[in-house]
Design a binder for this molecule. Structure first.
Ligand SMILES: [Zn+2]
Length: 278
């Protein structure tokens, strides 16, 4: 076993044991609800599904307990790949699997491809006016998009063991998030759909943007620990103080991307009316 292999097998085991959950149930429900409430005027009739889609938003994390194919859909450890580290990431899943093997690529996470597949399926179920499947797909897609906007879901060192910052993942996305929930709700802005000329490029772009924001979280953790190494109240105050602006941006961006992808899927499906689903 090479050194790299030992490291990533350790990481996988660690991920499986600690269970790392995007933005937590509360966060996923909040982002989904916010996105649904921001659907553009042409799709505004679909806002009646906001509560249902929001309530289902945490489901993909729950599925990981009984569906072994679910686990890898929530992240990509993109910096594992030498192609990425030399600024020419291979986006073709088959070519990547040919080089690294199916099992390695799955272990490193399939978030981008899963998101793109879900988009295509959403277009199909919207076209066939299948209400239950459309609601489920919109809820699932919203979840995976929100996960991608947490930089910890886009890096190999997703929980800080390589830099001796173990536990950062949950300190950031769950403990800090829950402590500052009210301020987060207050910091959400109205968003409008962006035009998506190419879904593949769009998904990869926001995943790369998320990845390149991860350093701030690691630096903020180091600075917060200098003041409070017991991870007490002061630690979280500093972590929030340093990451608040970017965290709100992640969540607003996630909402904007969800709205944009829902709108693009609906247009591609031929703009079905809400009544068509009943
Ligand atoms: Zn997740």
């Amino acid at each position: 076993m090479t050194k790299n292999r030992v490291i990533y097998f350790f990481l996988i085991l660690n991920f499986a044991v600690t269970g790392v959950y995007g933005w937590g149930d509360q966060g996923h429900r909040l982002i989904s609800k916010h996105a649904m409430n921001n659907l553009p005027i042409e799709m505004s009739a679909f806002k009646v599904w906001a509560d249902t889609i929001s309530a289902l938003a945490p489901d993909p994390d729950k599925r990981r307990k009984y569906d072994s194919t679910e686990y890898s859909k929530h992240f990509i450890d993109i910096d594992f790949y030498e192609e990425f580290n030399s600024y020419k990431m291979e986006r073709n899943l088959n070519r990547l699997k040919e080089k690294y093997s199916d099992s390695v690529v799955v272990r490193m996470g399939i978030l981008p491809w899963n998101t793109i597949d879900n988009y295509k399926t959403l277009v199909e179920v919207m076209r066939s006016k299948n209400k239950d499947k459309t609601i489920k797909l919109m809820s699932d897609l919203g979840h995976y998009i929100a996960d991608a906007h947490n930089p910890m879901h886009t890096i190999l060192d997703y929980d800080g063991p390589q830099t001796n910052q173990k536990g950062l993942h949950s300190r950031y996305e769950s403990k800090m998030f829950n402590r500052y929930y009210d301020e987060i709700v207050f910091g959400l802005k109205n968003v409008n759909p962006q035009n998506i000329p190419n879904i593949d490029n769009y998904v990869w772009d926001y995943i790369l943007a998320s990845h390149y924001n991860h350093q701030l979280l690691f630096i903020s953790d180091i600075e917060a620990v200098k003041v409070d190494s017991t991870y007490g109240e002061k630690y979280y105050e500093i972590l929030w103080y340093r990451t608040k602006f970017l965290t709100l941006q992640f969540l607003n961006n996630a909402s904007e991307v969800i709205v944009s992808i829902f709108f693009a899927a609906w247009i591609e499906a031929g703009k079905p009316a809400l009544n068509d689903f009943y």
